[in-house]
Design a protein around this ligand. Structure first.
Ligand SMILES: C[S@@+](CC[C@H](N)C(=O)[O-])C[C@H]1O[C@@H](n2cnc3c(N)ncnc32)[C@H](O)[C@@H]1O
Length: 284
């Protein structure tokens, strides 16, 4: 599936464009929204002082920074992403952490500037590969033998209120929208965990396993705040773009989403169930 511009050129373009800019603008809110996922991912990965960690699809670096704090200044975290604006943001955010470096590249084909990593982590950065097995093989190349892999990826939309509720709101407003092809690159690219595990094995990783957890998605601004954020980032934004919604429709969608999210609000804060696969493996 590669072409002359690169195996994942569409993803590079997508994340370097308005979608990435909105993600950066909403960074603080988004970091809180996904903070429990970062916590569970890193509890499982357990980066140790002095270890060397590769963060795949690092975005604005929420996981990078937590990992860097865990490994300390005797360790190393290389934050890697396909989209330059994210790496500029990580460099600024992690300026006080000398153990953090950044690397621009497509994890599927990158010629890594460093290797021998003890651990590779990713929060929602590994579902976008045109050839996941090739990507997992390339990530494995960056690890030392026995090095650990811990990746978070969304489970199926139907099992995932964080994704299903916006989809239902969109379908209610615009009629049933086309569903993505199974296993196609995108947020649900590794939702079929058996397929994903087979890709990891095909990429030469060993001891592959997956645990699916309900990890709460949070918003301090309650249903109103979450529905406003959803217009910019995540499932709502993607659904609106796919539906080609105009300005009035966007506001109508926000109001509809807020109404559907209200049952998950307590004391002004939102706590929405989700379904996240936590994949673990080792380089053999
Ligand atoms: C959903 S965001 C997650 C960002 C970050 N890990 C977080 O949890 O906040 C997906 C990230 O994966 C990156 N990405 C997509 N395809 C990639 C590839 N082939 N190689 C490296 N990064 C990629 C995107 O640029 C984006 O930063």
């Amino acid at each position: 599936m590669s072409d002359e511009k690169g195996a994942n050129a569409e993803q590079a373009e997508f994340w370097s464009g308005p979608a990435g800019a909105k993600w950066i603008a909403g960074e603080a809110l988004q970091d809180h929204t996904l903070s429990e996922v970062a916590a569970e991912l890193l509890a499982l990965a357990a980066p140790q002082p002095g270890e060397r960690v590769l963060d795949i699809g690092c975005g604005t670096g929420a996981v990078t920074i937590r990992a860097a704090e865990a490994v300390g200044d005797g360790g190393r975290v290389l934050a890697t992403d396909i989209a330059p604006p994210f790496l500029a943001r990580v460099a600024t955010r992690a300026a006080h952490l000398p153990q953090v470096g950044t690397f621009l590249g497509d994890a599927q084909v990158a010629d890594w500037p460093e290797d021998g990593f003890d651990l590779s982590v990713s929060r929602f950065g590994v579902m976008f590969f045109s050839d996941p097995a090739a990507a997992f093989r390339n990530i494995g190349r960056a690890l030392r033998p026995g090095g650990r892999v811990v990746f978070a990826a969304w489970s199926r939309t139907e099992d995932n209120p964080y994704w299903q509720i916006p989809r239902e709101a969109i379908d209610a407003m615009f009629g049933p929208q086309p569903r993505p092809e199974p296993n196609a690159p995108g947020p649900m690219g590794l939702a079929d965990k058996d397929w994903a595990l087979a890709q990891m094995r095909a990429g030469g990783l060993t001891q592959v396993a997956c645990e699916t957890r309900d990890i709460p998605i949070l918003h301090d601004g309650g249903a109103a705040g979450a529905s406003a954020l959803a217009l910019k980032i995540g499932p709502g934004a993607r659904a609106l773009a796919d539906a080609g919604a105009g300005e009035d429709e966007v506001e109508a969608f926000r109001a509809e989403l807020e109404r559907r999210l209200l049952p998950f609000e307590t004391g002004g804060s939102l706590r929405l169930p989700s379904s996240v696969h936590l994949f673990t493996a080792r380089r053999g």
